[in-house]
Design a protein around this ligand. Sequence first.
Ligand code: ADP
Ligand code: MG
Length: 760
Amino acid sequence: MNKPVIYKIKGMHCASCASIIERTVKKIDGVESVSVNPGTENAKISYDQNKTNPEFFNKQLEPLGYTLLSSTASDMGMSRDEHTAHLGLSQTKKEKLAELSSMKSKIISAIPLAVLSVFIMGWDIFAQLQVVREMPLVWEEFFHHLLPIIATYVLFVVGKPYLLGLYRFLRYGKANMDTLIGLGTSVAFLYSFIISAFEETLFAAFPNLSGTYYDVTIVVITFIALGKYLETRSKIKTGDAIEKLLNLQAKTALVIRGGKELELSVNEVKHDDLVIVKPGAKIPLDGVVTEGSSFVDESMVTGEPMPTQKKVGDMVIAGTMNTNSTFTFRVTKIGSETLLAHIIQMVEEAQNSKAPIQALADKISSIFVPVVLVIALIALGTWILFGTGSLGFSQSLSFGLVSFVGVLVIACPCALGLATPTAIIVGVGKGAKEGILIKDAATLEKLHNVDTVIVDKTGTITIGKPTLVDIGLDTEFLAALASLEKKSEHPIAHAVVQYAQENNLVVHDVSNFENIQGKGIKGIVGGTEYFAGNATYMHDLGLDFDSTEVEQFTVQGKTPVILATKEKVIGFVMVADEIKKESKQAVANLHKLGIKVIMVTGDNEQTAKYIASLVGIDEVVAHVLPQDKLATIKELQSKGHVVAMAGDGVNDAPALAQADVGIAMGTGTDVAIESAGITLLGGDISKLTKAIKLSKITMRGIKQNLFFAFIYNIVGIPLAAGLFFPIFGWMLSPIFAGFAMSLSSVSVVLNSLRLKKMKI
Ligand code: ADP
Ligand code: MG
């Protein structure tokens, strides 16, 4: 499988466009998969480069009215301008704005014309009802000749995209929403034109032939174009999260080279360069503070509202803002490696992904257009066939025509295609703003059903930086323990090593080091084989260890590290980890959403229970090996629970993958973004509630959108077809059909935009 490439598409108008593009590209030899998102107007294509290429795709697509533009895959190795240009973001936006203003001027010309024709039509209706007097004959004659001229202008100038859609349908057999509108309005126009041209002959043959339908052409096109304009204008706003993130990237950096301060473009800065950041300046790249200290506002990246103090040794993040004083940092990450670059790429990919809930809408809109064409033809045929008997041919022909046009106009699947992606774009963007990174739309969708959250202890509920608190070992053995722990990555090991460093203990070389998953470590120091770990480990080794010895400590939430040789237990030290200040509130908030919180840890049961009781966690599963965390999740899932697992992502990767939603706690800049469905920046567990709320409001938004989209069609199509005419005498004018159709797309996009302002 080749890695998919993302292209921007020009010329897309709606969901049926997406399915036409998908079907056309899928047929090309060498294409493995293609997915088009009508919300972002991007195509994700993976293909065999030896067999085909984007030029060939365009050769197939251009006759249908679409063009693929350069890849949008972000590669922050370039300068920001290059990158944005490459991404096609500002460029396409500029194009979109240009398109928007040309749409606007056409609409401005069409609206007075539409109002005039509604006025003429209204007068006519009211005159028939004898509310007003008949229009003076001179006027009537004047309008009689004016309307065809107006209709010609509106159809051929304002309605040009729809006529092109009709042309493509006739030429290539591919129909999209433009085809429906084009066909409907031009049939109305043609019918009217024939009547005007052969007026005398026709009226002689069919005395009660109805009048012309120029007003239908004029008003429907105006409405649809107005709706399209409003929709496009709002749609630009749904995607502005990425643009805001791109704007966070600083363009230049103040680098010290050869003892001098140089202002360089960020893409000239290298690893290990020293960069000076003045108060009020943006931090240009990721790095570690080497000199000075200052408060840094990281809210734009992590969502953390309070500025955080950065001292020597602390990490700083590109795109954040220095507030009060000058400091220097050493660059550790450049270009596409920075956290900001990862975030941008992730948001972009997530906004382009498809939520499972969209599958139904996609399926419907792909068969919608042909189905609607058939329904419209059936309506026309039925009117003529069965209406002629009671209404006479000319009357039933004109009713049939009204139905035909009405069905075509109201049935456009535009809103259906926009329902899911616009809400996902807003949801993902809103999450990024809060420091909640969502991998894809499917994750966002799954999250709203979560009823159980499993949390790891160390690093999730606690800070993850334990310290040595009680020492029951001689210096000699403590040094041996520190030597062993120096080889380990576990947070506990850091506590021991740090203590040794602070107290200038001499660490020795270690041979035959081994990590015993979930239990401890072993190795040879100075010729003696040592074992260090928890009580289970000691029992496994067949050593006699009385657990009651450590109990007075474990009930206080401390964790023992027991040192032993093959023969006997030597003694133990205790480490303690501080609970994160937000943990308690976070658990309470999850409870408010009706979610059960379970702590699963490899640690001692008493230690775990003590910590759990402090933060209000419902259940504790202690003494679990990493592989058993997986089993715990599987068991919950088999009982029908939807499980989210929050862990540090390092040794919990399999459990994170097994959970319905894996949540990684991102700390500093080393975020294992790819490993989890959701990353909470700043390692802040309280963001989990926000993420779940975000998922809930996004899903609610999508469902409302789908409802808006469907209801217009479900009610509109039979109404427009005249199904209720024989019973109630109801008939939908094509003019209202056009109005309803525009309203449905506009309401869907506006409803998605509304999500932006909702509190989470
Ligand atoms: P958790 O991530 O929930 O702490 P782990 O599987 O990482 O679970 O660890 C389980 C237990 O194994 C720890 O609580 C500790 O008692 C013991 N352990 C693991 N690694 C070490 C180590 N390097 N030194 C001492 N004890 C260790
Ligand atoms: Mg762990």
